[in-house]
Design a protein around this ligand. Structure first.
Ligand code: AMP
Length: 399
């Protein structure tokens, strides 16, 4: 069975075609700069499928999907469009409606559309991706895999904000979290690596990439996560501020009401804060780490994040009544030995004994980075969000 895992952004479409149940990746790729502004003569769009790269005008996600499927036929990877048994679409916001993946019906599509208000940058783009596959073939089963689904097991005292209750009842203001597919994958993989039943484990998962969030997973269920109503809450990230005092917004608005409108302030909190805002240098951890000797603000940007990650780990340790393991994943968690070392140093009091030598050596592969004597284990576990998407689609189609 061939399953396609798709992550559609506003101007991009990333995919992985996976053979199931063997979980072998057949081909992967990316379409970039999809835009109605692209013309035959003047365009910035391009794609990479496997090792082939091509600059062509691509105006819509439907055009991208057609190019992709025709490429697969051309390369004899499939004989017809219908050979794709299912497509799993990553959906950032599933709100309170979805605690698991669902086949995309008219009703599911309407709910994803309704939730655009909560994820204005993501859900409309996901709908473009869904409709592109619907336009190309009526026979492909489309499945929605929600980033928020894994977090639906949080208790009310955790997902509620101490705000007027009416805001929750009428407008759905609460914590939904994000990166759920990744947190679930690495937590379950951690149990496998530890050779212990997930039901017996308390795991703190740190997904640290350009976007970053932390989850507390007890007995295989999410009991807390750092992102909130939107991905802005939690720890500082590449360009997002993470938690701040909300009064900062009014304060800055008073300083210059014309410049600092709510919309502009939220744009700055989402796009010009975090590593980028503090370091005045970059949102990319590689560049920040490379400039540590030259620019003290790069040090500060990282230290602020490390401290906040440690704060969350401490809080989740208390919330779960202990922890068996801390897992690092995503671009920075998998590649930066510095981040792992500095975070674990800050939570050493809980009983984490880092093996510096192993930590310095490993990158992008499963590894235990604490000493055998360490009461709390720490692991590097590369995330596999696309594989999780493919597994969900496979299970749904099998049924
Ligand atoms: P993600 O959002 O998971 O793709 O992660 C993006 C982040 O991972 C960026 O800040 C990258 O700088 C970081 N990253 C990727 N590769 C490396 C690496 N080899 N060393 C340090 N950071 C890396």
């Amino acid at each position: 069975m061939k399953i396609m895992a798709v992550n559609a952004g506003s101007s991009s479409l990333k995919f992985k075609l996976i053979e199931m149940p063997s979980e072998k990746v057949i081909v992967k790729g990316l379409f970039e700069s999809i835009s109605k502004k692209n013309t035959e003569e003047n365009f910035t769009s391009k794609y990479k499928i496997g090792n082939d790269e091509c600059n062509v005008p691509i105006r819509t996600h439907t055009e991208a999907v057609k190019i992709l499927l025709d490429y697969l036929i051309d390369k004899k990877i499939i004989k017809s469009y219908d050979e794709i048994d299912g497509v799993g679409h990553r959906i950032v916001q599933g709100g309170k409606y979805f605690d698991k993946s669902e086949v995309i019906t008219k009703d599911v599509e309407a709910k994803i559309e309704e939730l655009c208000l909560l994820a204005p940058l993501h859900n409309p783009a996901h709908l473009d991706g869904i409709r592109a596959f619907q336009n190309i073939s009526k026979n492909i089963v489309n499945v929605a895999v929600f980033d928020t689904a894994f977090h639906q097991t949080m208790a009310p005292d955790t997902y509620m904000y101490a705000l007027p209750y009416e805001w929750y009842e009428k407008y759905g203001v609460r914590k939904y979290g994000a990166h759920g597919t990744s947190h679930k994958y690495v937590a379950y993989k951690c149990a496998e690596v530890m050779k212990r039943p997930i039901e017996d484990l308390k795991i703190i998962t740190c997904h640290i990439g350009n976007g970053a969030s932390i989850s507390a997973v007890k007995g295989g269920k999410c009991v807390d996560t750092s992102m909130g109503l939107t991905p802005l809450e939690g720890i500082p990230m590449g360009t997002r501020s993470g938690n701040i005092d909300p009064a900062v917004l009014e304060y800055m608005n008073q300083i210059d009401p014309e410049k600092y409108t709510i919309k502009e302030l939220l744009r700055i909190l989402n796009r010009e804060s975090g590593y980028l805002g503090v370091s005045c240098c970059s949102n990319d951890s590689r560049e920040i780490e490379a400039n540590l000797d030259k620019n003290p603000l790069c040090n500060l940007a990282l230290d602020i994040q490390y401290k906040r990650i440690a704060d969350y780990i401490g809080s989740y340790y208390v919330h779960m009544g202990g922890a068996d393991a801390i897992v690092f994943t995503a671009g920075i968690g998998e590649n930066s030995s510095r981040l792992r070392r500095e975070v674990l140093k800050r939570v050493a009091v809980l009983g984490v004994e880092l093996d510096e030598e192993v930590n310095n050596k490993v990158r992008g592969e499963i590894a235990e980075i604490t000493k055998p004597s360490s009461p709390i284990k720490a692991f590097l576990i590369p995330t596999e969000e696309e594989l999780m998407i493919a597994r969900d689609v496979y299970e749904i189609i099998k049924k």
